[in-house]
Design a protein. Structure first.
Length: 206
């Protein structure tokens, strides 16, 4: 019996929702001229974010770095608290790591965007203590819609493919959070000059 999980070589687009295929008039994503330089750590967009916040004790503490074009890389170490099955990462946690990596592309586009749709293939089991090497890139833009893809590889950037995702992010105004977030966290964020600075860094026209 083969030990290679099935599905690893399936062409990605064949099984994806039509909504994840950019329309014919979509344009190539444009890296903002003030985007962080390739290799630069992007930092957290919100200290309490479950994906990247350094003040979030339960979080993944993902640290993303700018890549070339509109791409990022990130590393995620799977901890015992991330288990689903014994000794294996929970799929929802892995999807979160992909989602956060894709969200980090906003730093390079300098737009604020949220996940509208995320489709994930779990190609290989991911054991506890694995280091996942994540890579995400924006592939097309159409109006407010940002089409993007990510992969997660085991042990090194060239390691076996464990995860891949395609996603649609939708550009929003900062008001999206002010209007929808719980008032106490919104008040605290708006009173924090460092948080306001981070929010501004996403926006071309704040
Ligand atoms: C302080 C700094 C913090 C910075 C914060 C950064 C946070 C990053 C965190 C990591 C990422 C996340 O987890 S973000 C959290 C998880 N995501 C969310 O909570 C989003 C919840 N959903 C929403 O709020 C909404 O549905 C939106 C914003 C996604 C879309 O609503 P809208 O603004 O009214 O726009 P709408 O007209 O519906 O959609 C615009 C276009 O996108 C398409 N579209 C929208 N959703 C979908 C969908 N699911 N599947 C297909 N297509 C979709 C529409 O068909 C339309 O296409 P067309 O007609 O134009 O062709």
């Amino acid at each position: 019996m083969s030990t290679v999980p099935s599905g690893g070589n399936r062409p990605r687009s064949a099984a994806r929702s039509p909504a994840l295929t950019p329309p014919a008039d979509a344009i190539a994503p444009v890296r903002h001229p003030d985007a962080p330089a390739p290799g630069e750590l992007l930092g957290s967009h919100y200290a309490h974010c479950f994906g990247c916040g350094d003040e979030q004790p339960h979080g993944l503490h993902l640290q993303a770095r700018a890549g070339e074009g509109v791409s990022i890389t990130a590393e995620f170490t799977v901890r015992p608290s991330h288990q689903g099955a014994p000794g294996l990462a929970h799929g929802g946690v892995l999807a979160t790591a992909l989602d956060e990596s894709l969200g980090a592309l906003s730093w390079l586009l300098r737009v604020v965007a949220v996940t509208g749709k995320l489709e994930t293939d779990f190609v290989r089991p991911v054991p506890v203590d694995s280091v996942l090497f994540l890579a995400a890139e924006a592939t097309a833009v159409s109006g407010r819609k940002i089409f993007c893809s990510a992969t997660g590889r085991l042990g090194s950037p060239e390691g076996p493919l464990a995860l891949r995702a395609d996603a649609l992010f939708v550009e929003v105004k900062v008001d999206h959070f002010i209007d929808n977030g719980r008032p106490e966290e919104i008040r605290a964020a708006m009173a924090d000059p460092d948080q306001v600075r981070r929010a501004r860094a996403f926006e071309v026209n704040p």
